[in-house]
Design a protein around this ligand. Structure first.
Ligand code: SIN
Ligand code: FE2
Length: 216
């Protein structure tokens, strides 16, 4: 399935079904980038980007923070969602209405009309940063999809199967792309290959990914 939402513009968003349950909304977030970046500035001031530790004690290459009722953290005790930012000891910044709207609209367009995110993980990738293959399974309800918004430098996203060593396929995520995965795709292994240095005119030398989830 591959069709355009608006056929009058070259840069208009278009929908591509990558796998059953995994939908890529090309350029869908483009009209909202400035607002998203403004919201991010305010989130960073309340809960700064930081490098968390893996349960094994190593620093995670990606810098992250969260907004919403709960945020995803990692430390020696493992990965989990918490209502407080462990660094500031305060609540995570609330999820901006604009974030929620974008995520639920994208989910609806992809066939998930009841998406109700309570958490948004904000990941920042600098050049040479990658994210190893993993499954998102710290959430309570796997009938809720994941909505991922990519900003800035492009990255190659890899999708596998339900087993770590299943065959991988690659898809490039560009500035403004929104990837929605749920249903049969919800527990697929995925990761991000080392991000190349390709400075973006608006976002600079970084890739930002917003991952919306229903955690609790
Ligand atoms: C993630 O899997 O948590 C992030 C994916 C991405 O950065 O595109
Ligand atoms: Fe993930």
């Amino acid at each position: 399935m591959n069709y355009s939402l608006f056929d009058e513009e070259d840069s208009a968003p278009w929908i591509e079904e990558l796998f059953p349950g995994a939908i890529l909304l090309h350029r869908y977030a483009l009209p909202h980038v400035k607002t998203l970046m403004r919201c991010l500035d305010s989130i960073y001031q309340q809960s700064p980007l930081r490098q968390m530790k893996t349960p094994g004690g190593r620093s995670i290459a990606v810098h992250n923070t969260s907004c919403g009722e709960v945020g995803l953290i990692s430390d020696v005790r493992g990965y989990r969602y918490t209502p407080l930012d462990p660094q500031t000891k305060a609540k995570w910044p609330p999820m901006p209405e604009k974030f929620r709207e974008l995520a639920t609209d994208a989910a609806k367009l992809s066939g998930y009309s009841n998406f109700n995110p309570d958490s948004c993980l904000i990941n920042r990738y600098l050049p040479e940063t990658k994210l190893s293959l993993h499954q998102d399974k710290d959430e309570a309800d796997f009938t809720q999809p994941i909505v991922s918004v990519s900003l800035g430098m492009p990255a190659v996203f890899v999708f596998g199967g339900l087993q770590r060593n299943d065959k991988l396929s690659r898809v490039t995520l560009e500035h403004g792309d929104v990837l929605v995965w749920g249903g049969d795709a919800r527990l697929l292994f995925h990761g991000v290959l080392s991000v190349k240095r390709q400075p973006h005119p608006l976002i600079g030398t970084q890739r930002i990914n917003l991952t919306f989830r229903r955690a609790m």
